[in-house]
Design a protein. Structure first.
Length: 86
C-alpha cells in the first residue's frame, strides 16, 4: 500500500471484543513482556468466551458508541474487504 492510500484508509470501528482486548492486552504485555502476541490472543479469546454477558455489556455499549461516532465521522464509509494476493 502506498503512502497516499494509507492516509485515506478509514479503519473500521472496534467491536466489543476488540475494545475489551485492547485494554487487557496492554496489561498482559506489561505482566508478560516475553509472551508472544499469538499466545496472548488465544488467552484473551478464551477469557472473552467464558465471560458472562453482564460483564461484556460495558464493552458492547462502548463498541456501539464507537460505531455511531464512526457513522457521523465517515457517513459514506462502506466496508470493502480487500483480497490478499498469494
Amino acid at each position: 500500500m502506498n503512502v497516499i492510500a494509507s492516509q485515506d484508509h478509514v479503519k473500521r470501528p472496534l467491536n466489543s471484543f476488540m475494545v475489551w482486548a485492547k485494554e487487557k492486552r496492554r496489561a498482559m504485555n506489561r505482566e508478560n513482556p516475553k509472551m508472544r502476541n499469538a499466545e496472548i490472543s488465544k488467552i484473551l479469546g478464551d477469557e472473552w468466551r467464558k465471560m458472562p454477558e453482564s460483564e461484556k455489556l460495558p464493552y458492547t455499549e462502548e463498541a456501539l458508541r464507537l460505531r455511531r461516532q464512526h457513522k457521523v465521522d465517515h457517513p459514506n464509509y462502506r466496508y470493502k474487504p480487500r483480497r490478499k494476493h498469494k
